[in-house]
Ligand binder design. Structure first.
Ligand SMILES: [Zn+2]
Length: 269
């Protein structure tokens, strides 16, 4: 036999045994011991798969077109600064343009309100999205888009806010409202179904109109607003974790009130 032919035959034989090892590795049941050679070939094969997974999201359709199913998990997110009351009410004065920007965003995302600007931006009334849910056992109506976020807040409270002597048990809550409670053109987030009030008697609004400032907690000589409410820091943290804003932080010191100021399209991951 000529040396070149011998080399060719050897190469062919080696190739066949490598192929046999690969197919054995593919057929081996999970958990079975594999020889170092087959483990190596498995490693080599899994590489392209990982790369394919990395590039896959680019080929998926845009997020909006895919309805999301709520599985009890929410994205952690912050309130958007331009939606906070402090960005459009400065020293008690409503700032027209920043206020319009915030109202426009709400109409676009949550629905129109009769007599409120930007009605044409959304054909559906906000109240048409009202959803009846329970929050810590109490019935409440909220906008269907923010219901998952509220559910995540509840889960967080149940998991983390049970420290001895600091447990807060709500007795009365309110959500969707159809009459505006603000004066001077400001639009309440209760009208969009994205605000929730908890036990007004125990968590007063010290900067609201009379008789609120006369509440016993508002008359307390304290430095921090947190001392004018029975709500615990743990509760406030749980709400703020999922995009709600505590209006106790505002000059209104509305300690009963939380409003969802995150991105409603980003609640469900
Ligand atoms: Zn409120």
């Amino acid at each position: 036999m000529r040396p070149r032919l011998l080399r060719l035959l050897l190469v062919a034989a080696l190739g066949a045994s490598a192929a046999a090892a690969t197919s054995a590795a593919q057929q081996a049941p999970p958990g079975s011991a594999a020889s170092p050679a087959s483990a190596k070939s498995q490693k080599k094969q899994s590489k392209p798969k990982r790369e394919a997974r990395v590039t896959a999201p680019r080929e998926q359709p845009p997020r909006e077109s895919k309805p999301k199913v709520f599985k009890g998990v929410c994205r952690v997110q912050k309130a958007k600064p331009f939606l906070k009351r402090e960005s459009f009410v400065v020293k008690g004065q409503l700032q027209a343009l920043p206020h319009q920007r915030a109202v426009k965003y709400r109409v676009e995302h949550y629905g129109r309100l009769d007599g409120v600007p930007f009605e044409k931006l959304n054909p559906k009334n906000a109240y048409a999205y009202a959803k009846s849910v329970r929050f810590l056992g109490l019935p409440i109506q909220v906008h269907e888009k923010v219901a998952p976020a509220l559910s995540c807040v509840e889960t967080r409270i149940r998991k983390t806010c049970n420290a001895k002597g600091r447990r807060y048990v709500p007795k009365a809550i309110g959500g969707f409202r159809q009459a505006n409670t603000y004066r001077g053109g400001e639009v309440s987030n209760h009208l969009f179904g994205i605000a929730i009030d908890i036990d007004p008697e125990r968590n007063p609004c010290c900067g609201c109109v009379d008789p609120w400032p006369n509440h016993r907690y508002c008359k307390k000589d304290v430095k921090k607003v947190e001392e004018k409410t029975e709500l615990t820091a743990c509760w406030i943290d749980a709400f703020e974790r999922y995009g709600f804003y505590w209006l106790g932080r505002d000059t209104l010191e509305d300690t009963m009130h939380f409003e969802f100021l995150g991105d409603p399209e980003r609640i469900i991951p």
